[in-house]
Design a protein around this ligand. Structure first.
Ligand SMILES: Cc1ncc(COP(=O)(O)O)c(C=O)c1O
Length: 396
């Protein structure tokens, strides 16, 4: 039976990491996979996480199953992180949240849930979008359509074209939106643009499906959920897939959440029954440890303060590296204006290089990035920025 299988090519980004690992150039730079790195190039465990783990180690009393929706304490803490205390959708009892194995798990459970709601729904995704959206959502058998999003010439959101295309979405469609720190472009909507998308959703009846993988990496924990709070207040239905991989640095623990905002309590309860049933049929229940870390932090004022501080340091470092790279490129006389990088948010931006230039950077300078020229800003530090600047200028 297995003899019928043909070998698949390696995942392009993971293949790139393999090449990076085997590169012996001491100046090599990794701007590929989306993992936060500090000034020394490490991805350390946050101090708030370490302390929470110690508390859990001392206090955890059982390893019994936690059930398909995950830990109630985690789900409640995530609702408060997303909506803030006292949001209308919470007081109207319209929100149901389940724990998920990472943002990816939340996206896939959402796709299976959407299929049960309406087998003919389309999900509109931005062009470009995070590559894994396609298998995660399309793999559940849902048709994906795309809307224009990023203007590669102007290095900004093509907002008019986006709205014009979304005007074609119907009332059984969903529109996938990146809550903040758009991956791969780093170009986000302004609050005024979010208001316009909300208005369009109201008029057309499509359901916003918000993927939030970088809360706290853009402008701040509450600034980054402007769209979520606005849309959940104004619209009857919203879906939110949220990840704790980046903002808590819990990548391998696989922790995230999925929230469904329904028109009323009855529909919210019915939604939860289906989410629970979908989960039971895929992986039965989520792992416990990562979610326990998150709820331990969020339920403790001191640990929450420490986490806010560490998250702010990560955000400031990313913004600082954006400014430093732009400054170095400009003072080294780059023939192009890279100042757009400073206006973008989160971990990623496109440098705007051709495939040949990306290959030359890798072959001649050991600088590794996705073939689209998407760079992980966190891979830049004070030690490698001059080398990186010279390498980019040499291929321009
Ligand atoms: C846009 C986007 N959504 C979701 C995720 C999900 O991440 P995870 O499953 O690691 O929590 C990521 C991770 O890179 C992402 O970039």
């Amino acid at each position: 039976m297995f003899s019928r299988l043909e070998q698949l090519p390696p995942d392009p980004l993971l293949g790139l990491m393999e090449l990076y690992r085997n590169d012996t150039n001491p100046n090599k730079i990794d701007l590929g996979v989306g993992v936060y790195k500090n000034e020394r190039g490490d991805t350390p465990i946050l101090a708030a996480v370490k302390q929470a783990e110690k508390n859990i180690f001392d206090e955890e009393a059982t390893k019994a199953y936690i059930g398909p929706p995950g830990a109630a304490s985690f789900n409640l803490a995530m609702q408060q992180l997303l909506f803030g205390k006292g949001h209308a959708a919470l007081s109207e009892n319209r929100v149901r949240t389940v724990q998920a194995p990472g943002g990816c798990g939340a996206l896939r459970v959402a796709a299976e849930f959407i299929k049960r709601c309406d087998g003919n729904s389309n999900i509109w995704v931005s062009d470009p979008t995070w590559a894994n959206h396609v298998p995660l959502l399309g793999g559940a058998g849902i048709k994906l359509k795309s809307y224009p999003y990023y203007d590669y010439q102007k290095h900004e959101v093509k907002f008019d074209a986006m709205l014009e295309t979304l005007n074609q979405a119907s009332n059984n469609d969903l529109v996938l939106l990146h809550g903040c720190c758009h991956n791969p472009s780093g170009a986000d909507l302004t609050n005024e643009q979010w208001q316009q998308v909300t208005l369009l959703a109201e008029q057309k009846g499509f359901v916003p499906f918000i993927d939030l993988a970088y809360q706290g990496y853009g402008e701040g924990l509450s600034e980054d959920v402007y769209s979520i709070r606005l849309m959940s207040e104004r619209l009857p239905e919203v879906i939110i897939a949220s990840s704790c991989s980046k903002n808590f640095g819990l990548y391998r623990e696989r922790v995230g959440s999925l929230s469904v905002i329904a028109a009323n309590r009855k529909e919210a309860d019915a939604s939860l029954s289906h989410l629970t049933n979908v989960i039971r049929g895929i992986y039965s229940m989520p792992p416990s440890h990562g979610a326990a870390i998150v709820s331990t932090i969020l339920e403790d004022d001191e640990l929450t303060r420490l986490w806010h501080q560490e998250l702010k340091e990560m955000r400031n470092r990313l913004n600082g590296m954006r400014a430093l790279l732009v400054d170095k490129l400009s003072s080294a006389g780059a023939s192009r204006d890279f100042s757009f990088i400073v206006n973008q948010k989160g971990m990623f931006s496109f440098l705007g290089l051709s495939g040949e230039q990306v290959t030359a950077l890798q072959k001649n300078h050991s600088v590794y990035m996705a073939s689209s020229s998407r760079i992980n800003i966190a891979g830049i530090n004070h030690n490698n920025v001059n080398y990186l600047t010279r390498a980019i200028i040499s291929v321009l």
